[in-house]
Design a protein around this ligand. Structure first.
Ligand code: CUA
Length: 173
């Protein structure tokens, strides 16, 4: 069978493309260390968050010099802490600190996006999403749920409040 040389060329190029695509996917999965939200290995019972050592009393905790941990629960239709529009305290941290955020859901899938930062994740019941944010000077950031989670989805919002170090009392939520 005779194969025209242009056909051979395109055959070769398309094979190369396939190899290239597989290579980029492999690199993304292994080389670049891209992690899916459920790969932290942390799982928990979304129906027993009250008994959880951290999520039982969610909020901000100092864990080192200028380093904080924030445990946050997403529920229909608020973040605890965070949703000041639903009677919750804001997530309050001092300026120029590193904040490790741990977010889980007590009911359905939610989203968690701190506008203007790198914090942007899905929040899945039974899983803990982890994001570290470096905050600078005093500022308020808006938080939104960006996964449709039911009738009140459009009202599900919160506040991350970065206050001056001198104002931070350490016991804030
Ligand atoms: Cu929670 Cu949308």
């Amino acid at each position: 069978m005779h194969i025209h040389k242009y056909e051979k060329l395109w055959l070769g190029l398309s094979l190369l493309l396939i190899v290239g695509f597989v290579a980029t996917i492999t690199y993304g999965a292994v080389g670049a260390g891209v992690k899916m939200v459920d790969e932290s290995g942390d799982t928990l019972n979304p129906n027993a968050l009250a008994d959880h050592p951290e999520f039982g009393d969610p909020g901000v905790e100092k864990v080192g010099e200028n380093e904080y941990e924030a445990h946050i629960i997403a529920r229909q239709f608020f973040f605890r802490p965070g949703s000041t529009n639903a009677g919750q305290p804001p997530i309050t941290v001092p300026a120029n600190s590193t904040v490790h955020m741990y977010i889980t859901s007590g009911d359905v899938i939610h989203g968690f996006n701190v506008a203007g930062t790198n914090a942007n994740t899905m929040v899945i019941p039974g899983e803990v999403a982890e994001i570290t944010v470096e905050v600078g000077g005093p500022q308020e950031y808006g938080i939104v749920c960006h996964e449709y989670c039911g009738q009140g989805h459009h009202n599900m919002a919160g506040v991350l409040k970065v206050v001056p170090e001198t104002e931070y009392n350490g016991s804030a939520q």
